[in-house]
Design a protein around this ligand. Structure first.
Ligand code: DQA
Length: 142
């Protein structure tokens, strides 16, 4: 089973950006969580992070026929990007949306998720463990 983990803008700044909201763990720590998850769950995981919407759209399109599942934290693009929503719909690869913070308890504009409309499941507020939970969810449901 091959899973693509996609991270949107500023996720590379984990550990530096707003640690009170996103925690003190760094992006490198996130990569280590993904590697440990791949080994524990016996799945293949590729990770891609970009600060650019079109690059994320390109990666989603290129995932067609290659990956069995997508875990996506579109970050700020969650709340704005119809292009990412449409790309997820276009490839129709089972996808799980992850948010490190509990977006439900934050600003009103974070309550809207376009990408989430194309995802089968959403995990919010679980910190980096949310990525592991998303992989486990995909393993159990696809
Ligand atoms: C986020 C929540 C978004 O609202 C925010 O723009 C992010 C990260 C999260 O993981 O909690 O960059 O997706």
């Amino acid at each position: 089973m091959k899973i693509l983990v996609l991270n949107g803008p500023n996720i590379n700044m984990l550990g530096i950006r707003e640690p009170g909201i996103y925690g003190k763990q760094s992006f490198v720590d996130l990569l280590a969580v993904l590697q440990a998850t791949a080994e524990a769950e016996n799945v293949e995981i590729d990770q891609y992070q970009s600060n650019h919407e079109g690059c994320l759209v390109d990666k989603i399109q290129q995932a067609l026929g290659v990956y069995d599942g997508i875990v996506i934290n579109p970050a700020a693009y969650t709340h704005t990007s119809v292009a990412i929503l449409d790309a997820l719909k276009a490839v129709a690869i089972p996808a799980v949306e992850v948010h490190i913070s509990n977006v439900d308890a934050r600003e009103a504009f974070r309550q809207i998720s376009y990408a989430g409309l194309a995802c089968k499941h959403t995990i919010k507020g679980q910190g980096l463990d949310g990525y592991r939970q998303a992989v486990v969810w995909l393993k159990e449901h696809i």
